[in-house]
Design a protein around this ligand. Structure first.
Ligand SMILES: [Fe+2]
Length: 440
């Protein structure tokens, strides 16, 4: 690739500095030069590093990292409060309606607009759904319209328009509103390629080593600048009953050593971004810290180890990486859904402006004052994994990817109705957010 880059510059009358070639390789190699040739100045005899357009191509936007065990019991109250206020403001920021908090809604004759957090819900014998909604000071009942078929998730924030019942105790809702985050796509004149994969599961007997190595070859030959590995980097130890029968490497430290060895096969031009999942060596409560320093020290310098979830910026685009434990919560609320309905789940997350509304169903949270699961800032790309599906969808201007796996179906997964779609990469071009899928 170096020769090709040199030749490209020579054909345009320029010698090119060694440093420039190194930087261009980091940005995607010849592909970068071809794409950006209109921005490059070939007028002088020597193309020096200062003539390469500057690019802030990676930064951490929001991450989670704590020492020790944080919080006190009432931190959850603060967390729910901050969630309610943020999403209440989101509903009101659209400007079309003004929603009152539950405690300010008073019985009036006409239509009233209210927002609240869903505390509980039930269904009457004749099919009406009744919600109990609340803010920090009071609660009320909302009877949903019969034609409202959308799923309801406990602890999500919704807006309603409707009329008060005669006794003023409940609202008969006519419309239901979600916070709905969105992003407007702007085409950038510079882009890099980002490969998204997930659930590598090194150490499992079912780890697909050959396919992983094919992926490494692809990254090295196609000028991929960033590889995102979205959690479950190794299979771990004792994650589910009798897991040891499924393990090829029965020591978690050795599993990470093997992962580090595999990662060292990527060329230096590619930066590898890692977040933990529920199989990794971090505590199972969320949000999860980055991998511990002694594990991170095993990896080569082009590896960036981050928290779950985390917001990062790559070449002007915000990526929100979340491993996806809450996917089960959503699926359990969607009648007839399967573990391959991840595209639908990611849409439901975007609708709610939240990655994991329900407290205490499939995942436990660390008691924190801040709600790290609010989708704020709004990303250009949302990445999940966890259920070993592969899907790509776009909703309200946000590209959403579930990142496949490099593990074939295990007996445990068969029992849990996992139907993996393994060894598929999603390659995103950050300039226009176009993507292609690649089978390894
Ligand atoms: Fe996994």
């Amino acid at each position: 690739m170096r020769d090709e880059i040199e030749r490209f510059f020579l054909e345009r009358g320029c010698l090119v500095e060694e440093k420039v070639i190194e930087e261009i390789e980091k940005r995607g190699g010849l592909d970068y030069v071809i794409k950006n040739q209109n921005r490059l100045d070939f007028s002088g005899p020597i193309f020096s590093i200062d003539r390469l357009p500057a690019v802030n191509d990676f930064s951490i936007v929001k991450e989670f990292n704590i020492n020790g065990y944080p919080g006190v019991a009432d931190s959850f109250v603060d967390m729910f409060r901050s969630r309610y206020h943020f999403l209440h403001e989101k509903l009101n920021s659209k400007g079309s309606h003004f929603f009152l908090p539950v405690s300010k809604a008073r019985k009036t004759e006409g239509t009233v607009f209210v927002s609240g957090m869903v505390q509980d819900y039930s269904e009457t014998k004749n099919g009406f759904r009744i919600l109990e909604i609340e803010d920090e000071n009071s609660s009320m009942k909302v009877i949903l319209p019969k034609n409202f078929k959308d799923i309801i998730i406990r602890d999500e924030v919704l807006g309603f328009s409707g009329r008060f019942s005669k006794d003023g105790e409940a609202i008969f809702a006519e419309n239901v509103y979600h916070p709905e985050i969105s992003k407007e796509l702007q085409i950038l004149d510079y882009g890099v390629k980002v490969l998204v994969v997930s659930d590598i599961h090194v150490g499992s007997k079912k780890f697909m080593r050959d396919n992983f190595l094919e992926m490494v070859d692809y990254v090295n030959s196609e000028g991929i600048s960033f590889v995102i590995m979205n959690g479950d980097l190794v299979d771990g130890i004792g994650v589910y009953p009798d897991q040891e029968n499924d393990l090829e490497i029965k020591d978690i430290n050795l599993q990470y050593r093997e992962l580090a060895d595999l990662i060292s096969k990527f060329g230096n031009h590619a930066r590898i971004i890692l977040i933990p999942g529920n199989h990794d060596i971090v505590y199972p409560m969320e949000p999860q810290n980055p991998l511990p320093p002694e594990i991170a020290a095993l990896f080569p310098p082009n590896v960036i180890s981050l928290s779950n979830p985390v917001w990062i910026q790559i070449s002007g685009r915000i990526f929100l990486l979340y491993h996806g434990t809450s996917i089960f919560d959503f699926l359990e609320s969607i009648p007839g859904s399967t573990l391959n309905d991840t595209a639908l789940v990611m849409k439901e997350m975007i609708k709610r402006g939240h990655l994991a509304p329900e407290y205490g169903r499939n995942l436990s949270f660390i008691p924190l004052k801040t709600d790290y699961y609010l989708i704020d800032p709004v990303p250009d790309v949302l990445v999940t994994g966890h259920v070993h599906d592969h899907s790509v969808t776009s909703y309200r201007g946000i590209l959403a990817v579930n990142g496949s796996t490099f593990q074939e179906q295990t007996g445990y997964q068969r029992m849990m109705n996992f139907n993996p779609k393994p060894a598929i990469g999603t390659v995103i071009d950050t300039s226009d957010l176009s993507y292609e899928t690649v089978k390894f």
